[in-house]
Design a protein around this ligand. Sequence first.
Ligand code: HEC
Ligand code: HEC
Length: 130
Amino acid sequence: MDSLRWSRGWVVFVVAVGLCTPWALSQRRGSAFSKPPTNLKVLEVDDPEDLRPIMQNFDRSLGVTCGFCHNREDWAEDTPHKETARKMIEMVREINAEVFTWERAPRATCNMCHNGSVYPHFNPPAPAGE
Ligand code: HEC
Ligand code: HEC
């Protein structure tokens, strides 16, 4: 009986560690937004926390994680993908300012082209049944 209780204790312990580790890691990564940004050229934010949903949106739209565009040791450092992302941000702004101007327009987003991948699919899927 005792050994059963003991092993249950272990199971609870192992499950608890398993659940908490990703959370603890995400908290550590969250500190990216704890200090004021030093290298913004196209985005403007009042509070560094305002960058969080924007960056998470990039992740999900391109199907990547932060490290795809960033050096995680120095978020302000520029990288080739980060430079491209700046141009893309400006392009999306232009589309919204100049093209998607009809009333109640859906706003242009990264996801409208990327749809979860870094390189958008240029061609439609093959015809059904082939
Ligand atoms: C598709 C590329 C891309 C991805 C993915 C991305 N970022 Fe960014 N990030 C940028 C760009 C571009 C800027 C700079 C924007 C500007 O110049 O105004 C930036 C700026 C930042 C800054 C401000 C740095 C400074 O001091 O200037 C932080 C912090 C940051 N990102 C964190 C993150 C985190 C955390 C993630 C993941 C959740 C993430 N980013 C995902 C492109 C990306
Ligand atoms: C109108 C369509 C379109 C939209 C909207 C769009 N992209 Fe792209 N993006 C592309 C295409 C096309 C490529 C592939 C270019 C290539 O093949 O080199 C690409 C490639 C990229 C790449 C990887 C290529 C590289 O050189 O780093 C990044 C990063 C990127 N886009 C970020 C973004 C972000 C962030 C947004 C939203 C602010 C965005 N894109 C919105 C069309 C789009």
